[in-house]
Design a protein around this ligand. Structure first.
Ligand SMILES: C[S@@+](CC[C@H](N)C(=O)[O-])C[C@H]1O[C@@H](n2cnc3c(N)ncnc32)[C@H](O)[C@@H]1O
Length: 295
C-alpha cells in the first residue's frame, strides 16, 4: 500500500479494505462508495466478477461495515451498486444506518442497446446517515428549478396569504445527469467514470467546507477532484495504478508517477484537430495507433 498527495488530499494505492482498517474510526464526514458491481467490467485488466453472488455480497458486507465505522457520528454515506444487488445493501444497511433516500440516477441512454428486454437506464444510490437528528444537508446549495406551479406563474390559494409557487426546490430522488461520454472534457479512460455533476450535488448537500470526504473505490477520482474544487479534504483509495495516475494528475498532486510523465491521453478527435491545424502530421501505424511527426 502506497500513499501519495498531501495531508489535505490523500491518494492510497491499495486495497480498500486494508486501507480503511488503518484509518481512525469516526473520522470521515462523507463517504461516497461506488464499488465494482460484479457485472464483468474490465478495470485495467482486472475482471469485475466474483465466483458467486454470495461471494460478492460477503465481500461487500465487509467494506460496508468499515464505511459505517469510519463515519463521524453525524456522517453521511452514499453507496452505489448494480440494481440487482442494491436490495441486499438496503436490507443490510438498514440495521446500521438510517436510509433517508433511495435515489435513482437516470440517464437517457443505455450502454448496450437492448433489443429483447428493457435496457438499463438507471443506477441506484442509497443515501444513509448515522444520526437522522443530526446530519449535514445544505438545502440551499442544491436547489433546482421547480418546473410546475412557478413556471406557469400559478398562485397557491391554499396558503393563508395566496402566494406564488416557489421557483426552486430540493431535488427529488430521481436525478438526471448525462453519463460521461468520450467527447466530454471530463472524460478519462475508465469504464465506469461517474459525472462531476453527480458528485457536486452529493458533496455540496452532505458536507461543509473543510470536511473530510472519502471514496474507497476511486476509479478516476471524480469524488476527490470535486471535493478539492469545493474546498473539502479528501481520501481516495484505488487498487489499479493506471487509475491512481489519473487521480494524481486530476488533483494536481504530482506531475510524474514512477518516472512517467502524467499527461491526459489524447483522444482520436483531438488528434484529428491537431493534425488539421498543421504543425503536426499524424502517421497511422499498422496497429491503428498514431505517431506524431513535424512537417
Ligand atoms: C465503479 S469504479 C469507480 C468509478 C469512480 N466512481 C469514478 O468516478 O471514476 C470501481 C473502482 O474500484 C476499483 N477497485 C476494485 N476493487 C478494489 C479494491 N479492493 N480496493 C480499491 N479499489 C478497488 C476498480 O479498479 C475501479 O476503478
Amino acid at each position: 500500500m502506497e500513499i501519495y498527495g498531501t495531508e489535505t488530499h490523500r491518494i492510497i494505492h491499495g486495497d480498500a479494505l486494508l486501507a480503511m482498517k488503518e484509518l481512525p474510526d469516526n473520522s470521515v464526514d462523507l463517504i461516497f462508495a461506488d464499488p465494482p458491481y460484479n457485472i464483468g467490467k474490465n478495470f485495467n485488466g482486472h475482471k469485475d466478477r466474483w465466483a458467486t453472488e454470495e461471494a460478492y455480497l460477503t465481500w461487500c458486507y465487509e467494506w460496508l461495515d468499515l464505511c459505517v465505522k469510519k463515519l463521524t457520528p453525524n456522517g453521511t454515506f452514499y453507496v452505489m451498486t448494480a440494481t440487482q444487488f442494491m436490495p441486499f445493501f438496503d436490507i443490510y444497511l438498514r440495521k446500521k444506518l438510517d436510509v433517508l433516500s433511495r435515489i435513482i440516477w437516470y440517464y437517457d441512454s443505455s450502454g448496450v442497446q437492448a433489443r429483447n428486454y428493457y435496457g438499463s437506464m438507471y443506477e441506484p444510490i442509497l443515501f444513509c446517515v448515522k444520526d437522522r437528528d443530526n446530519y449535514t444537508f445544505n438545502t440551499s446549495e442544491i436547489l433546482v428549478e421547480a418546473k410546475t406551479g412557478a413556471k406557469r406563474k400559478l398562485i397557491d390559494y391554499r396558503k393563508a396569504v395566496p402566494t406564488i409557487y416557489n421557483s426552486e426546490k430540493v431535488p427529488g430522488n430521481v436525478w438526471e445527469f448525462a453519463r460521461v461520454r468520450y467527447r466530454m472534457n471530463e472524460y478519462e479512460n475508465h469504464p465506469t467514470q461517474k459525472p462531476i455533476a453527480l458528485l457536486e450535488r452529493i458533496i455540496k448537500a452532505s458536507s461543509n467546507v473543510g470536511d473530510l470526504v472519502m471514496d474507497p473505490f476511486s476509479g478516476t477520482f471524480t469524488t476527490c477532484f470535486v471535493a478539492k474544487e469545493l474546498g473539502r479534504s479528501s481520501i481516495g483509495i484505488e487498487l489499479q495504478d493506471e487509475y491512481v495516475k489519473i487521480g494524481l494528475r486530476r488533483l494536481q498532486l504530482a506531475k510524474e508517477f514512477k518516472g512517467e510523465k502524467l499527461e491526459k491521453e489524447i483522444r482520436t478527435f483531438e488528434m484529428e484537430k491537431m493534425a488539421s491545424v498543421g504543425n503536426y502530421k499524424l502517421f497511422e501505424e499498422p496497429n491503428g495507433t498514431y505517431i506524431h511527426g513535424e512537417h
